[in-house]
Design a protein around this ligand. Structure first.
Ligand SMILES: [Zn+2]
Length: 182
């Protein structure tokens, strides 16, 4: 195979091909850690091997490079002039595979979120999005809420000031953050 790339370009391409610990993914992981989330990485036993997985929440997160995964944005539309057909085909296959992975994960009961590289430019927006993701209740917490409302049925409020967190799930995704009571 003819080498059409300079070594610099090739190593950049190889970094993307390798697909692990790319900087967009690291940025998302850092934000999640700062928000107190616990997660697993690259679960090979799940369809599409999601970049970040929060098992207790049944939440799978993909962090996608815009070019590589064919995002509908300026960066995603940029195709190298050289070997254009090759790149277009490659990106199309990636998109098709991403679709299949999302469907398969949904069928298994996972919530699937895709975070695009271009979304990382706005740190504030990313932060808000991740907070929203984490604020939706995990399955165990929903069950506890239902139980609490049954206990509350007599009209008298139980003297419970703080919610019970994480007992129903062996893996608590959120560790308690001092100063926050949710
Ligand atoms: Zn994009």
């Amino acid at each position: 195979m003819t080498d059409v790339y300079s070594s610099e370009k090739r190593s950049a391409v190889m970094r993307r091909v390798k697909g692990k610990d790319t900087s967009p993914e690291l940025a998302v992981r850092k934000a999640l850690t700062a928000l107190g989330a616990r997660y697993r990485l690259h679960r090979k036993d799940l369809p599409g091997r999601p970049d970040i997985v929060m098992p207790g929440r049944r939440l799978a997160v993909f962090v996608h490079g815009c070019f590589w995964h064919g995002h509908d944005c300026a960066r995603g539309a940029r195709v190298p002039k050289q070997n254009r057909d090759y790149w277009v085909g490659k990106v199309e296959r990636n998109r098709a595979r991403d679709d299949r992975s999302r469907e398969a994960l949904s069928a298994l009961g996972w919530r699937v979120e895709t975070i695009w590289e271009c979304e990382l430019k706005d740190a504030e927006a990313l932060w808000k999005r991740l907070r929203t993701l984490l604020s939706s209740p995990a399955a165990g917490e929903v069950a506890q809420d239902a139980l609490a409302s049954r206990v509350d049925g007599g009209g008298q409020r139980p003297e419970v000031t703080s919610p019970i967190v994480g007992r129903a799930s062996p893996i608590a995704d959120i560790s308690p953050v001092p100063g926050e009571d949710s």
